[in-house]
Write a protein that binds this ligand. Structure first.
Ligand SMILES: NC(=O)c1ccc[n+]([C@@H]2O[C@H](COP(=O)([O-])OP(=O)(O)OC[C@H]3O[C@@H](n4cnc5c(N)ncnc54)[C@H](O)[C@@H]3O)[C@@H](O)[C@H]2O)c1
Length: 322
């Protein structure tokens, strides 16, 4: 079989959030139990944005995502985050597929946060707060709403048009434009901005809140006041990445927070090695940097579904295919 090519349109037809949540959770468990390989992502930092190379393997799957993050892009008609994935046969290295990774990134990011919420938020959470109403906000809503009995989604963005667009995209869900402070008062708060200035204040966060800190995924990015980290139970997706590029990266560099204060990796909690929330009054924070096992887990099912559907382009990359 030659290498198959899947563009954004083809991928979107194959993505299903419930399925993505299932494979991402299984990938974290596999990795925590030693069945995956993943070096930390490598960054290429340029003036207008950055690029990341994210390789990983899981049982029966291997590949790499090359992803660009350019926060000024929405003004140019392009997404902030765009990815391309090369998916290989782990046995012989053959490139099985080249596919768009933009929506795979958005879906797996939403899924990882919702999985973190499942283990760390109060099960009786009724309000979801969305700070930053861009691309990632959509999949946070898609992933969280079926898992919790959410009665209201509060949305804040510094650009009103982004808030209005997000609310219009979900006519079936109870979304409402709110102030930053009101949004921060939700039971589950997702921070989804490329901010380099902490804007989420400790005084706004009630006992029992769970925060998914998603936006800080490169050196120098920061959304939460460091004092909030000190008061919380902090869980990371990968301590090697979080300490240099996640929500904790700036406080760690300034010695305001130590990696020793991190409670667990999400995989350890999923694998039952550590407990999730036990205290209804605890403030919990998931520091998400985005990990390559998430991408490869989703890529594997997309590849398998595409093969089954049979509707794809192919290219002879290397002469004779096995
Ligand atoms: N952790 C992960 O796995 C992961 C995955 C994908 C993206 N990200 C990061 O998440 C962030 C958002 O990505 P996106 O694709 O949604 O970008 P986007 O550009 O589509 O949306 C970002 C939104 O945040 C708003 N915003 C900016 N500063 C704000 C502030 N201080 N307060 C409120 N709103 C503000 C912008 O107006 C915009 O609407 C980026 O930093 C990106 O690098 C992380």
């Amino acid at each position: 079989m030659p290498t198959i090519i899947l563009n954004q349109k083809a991928i979107l037809k194959l993505l299903d959030m419930a399925e993505v949540i299932g494979v991402v959770e299984a990938a974290f468990k596999d990795w925590a139990e030693g069945r995956g390989t993943m070096p930390p992502k490598a960054y290429l930092l340029l003036e207008k944005g950055d690029f990341r190379a994210m390789p990983a393997s899981l049982p029966g799957a291997a590949g790499v995502k090359w992803v660009a993050v350019h926060p000024q892009n929405p003004g140019r008609g392009l997404p902030t985050v765009m990815g391309t994935i090369i998916y290989n046969d782990p046995q012989n290295g053959y490139p099985l597929a080249i596919m768009d990774g933009t929506d795979i990134t958005a879906y797996r990011t939403g899924a990882a946060a919702a999985i973190a919420s499942k283990y760390l938020a109060r099960p009786d959470a009724r309000t979801l707060g969305i700070i930053g109403a861009g691309r990632q906000a959509h999949t946070q809503i898609q992933a969280h709403l079926p898992l919790f009995n959410i009665k209201q989604v509060k949305v804040f963005d510094t650009h009103k048009e982004a808030t209005v667009r997000l609310i219009k995209a979900f006519p079936e869900y109870p979304l409402r434009e709110s102030t930053l402070e009101e949004t921060a008062a939700a039971d589950i708060v997702c921070t989804l901005t490329p901010s380099r200035e902490p804007y989420l204040k400790k005084e706004w966060i009630a006992p029992g809140t769970h925060i998914n800190a998603i936006g800080a995924d490169a050196e120098g990015k920061e959304e939460l006041e460091p004092a909030l980290l000190k008061r919380a139970m902090v869980v990371v997706d990968d301590i090697r990445q979080a300490s240099v590029a996640g929500e904790i990266n700036v406080p760690v560099a300034k010695k305001l927070f130590s990696v020793d204060e991190v409670y667990a990796n999400l995989g350890e909690i999923i694998a039952g090695k550590k407990r999730g929330r036990t205290d209804p009054k605890a403030i919990t924070i998931f520091d998400s940097t985005g990990v390559a096992i998430e991408d490869i887990a989703v890529t594997k099912i997309i590849y398998e579904k595409a093969l089954k559907n049979g509707n794809f382009m192919t290219i002879n990359m290397i002469g004779t295919a096995p």
